[in-house]
Design a protein around this ligand. Structure first.
Ligand code: NAP
Length: 238
């Protein structure tokens, strides 16, 4: 899609405060879209076409309240990017159940709750794009990431089922699996482990923001109406 494909569209990005979510939100804004951002913390984006909502995506009441606020700003929504996620990388035997629960709630249930509410908004116009951010952890199954990888694998399955459910409404659902990109999430991991994993990729380098934008733009495009229930792995990580 040309960058102008976002013009006139509302794009909801979860986890828009930091990292990849912020980068994607700013990319959409640079290209003429309007962005609603969900995150637990305060906004970090100052732009006339950006509205921020403090939402914990893993909390059903918080998501419903966030969408109620969003509906006061717009009654239409074209694109959703399920990006918010948390990661605790730890051997399963010593992983705190609360950390495992947080990944399940944010990474999987959160995407479900947001997609569910978003599709109600998209239903009226019978057009929509739901793009969920996954990880190379699904295919690489790294030690320490049992729950994280499981939430991301679940995200793919959920996306593919929703793709069937929402196809009659002309809403596509796809997954963009990121390899490794410089953010707070990546910085919390042992860097030698990251380097080892990246070295094993068919394209052995970190992802750059534009690598993500390229696939995001493709999945969001009007022309991609026949692309659904697909997962694209950056860097060849599958
Ligand atoms: N970085 C990588 O190398 C990498 C690799 C593969 C996949 N990914 C995926 O890429 C996506 C973005 O990751 P990132 O590296 O940008 O992470 P990050 O730097 O840790 O940022 C996470 C964002 O999500 C928000 N967030 C976390 N929990 C939330 C919740 N319960 N409700 C609402 N917002 C929440 C955070 O804001 P608040 O704390 O204010 O809520 C923050 O804006 C994730 O889906 C991640 O799994 C990243």
């Amino acid at each position: 899609m040309t960058a102008s494909g976002y013009e006139g569209k509302w794009v909801l990005v979860t986890g828009s405060r930091r990292g990849l979510g912020r980068l994607m939100a700013e990319h959409v804004l640079r290209n003429g879209g309007r962005v609603a951002g969900f995150a637990r913390g305060e906004s970090t984006i100052d732009h006339p076409d950006y509205v921020h909502f403090r939402v914990d995506v893993g909390d059903p009441a918080s998501v419903v309240a966030g969408f109620a606020e969003l509906r006061k700003v717009t009654d239409s929504l074209q694109i959703v990017v399920n990006n918010a996620a948390v990661l605790t990388s730890q051997y399963s035997m010593i992983m705190a159940p609360s950390a495992a629960r947080a990944m399940l709630d944010t990474n999987l249930l959160g995407a479900f709750l947001v997609s569910r509410e978003a599709s109600k908004l998209m239903r009226r116009a019978r057009w929509g794009r739901i793009i969920s951010i996954s990880s190379m952890a699904v295919s690489l199954e790294p030690i320490g990431d049992s729950m994280y990888a499981a939430t991301k694998a679940g995200l793919t399955t959920m996306t593919n089922v929703m793709a069937r459910e929402l196809a009659p409404l002309n809403i596509t659902c796809n997954t963009l699996a990121v390899s490794a990109i410089a953010t707070d999430m990546l910085a919390q991991l042992p860097q030698e482990k990251v380097a080892q994993v990246v070295a094993g990729l068919p394209l052995p380098r970190l992802a750059e923001p534009d690598d993500v934008f390229n696939v995001l733009d493709f999945l969001a495009a009007e022309r991609s109406s026949y692309v659904t229930a697909q997962t694209i792995y950056l860097g060849g990580a599958n």
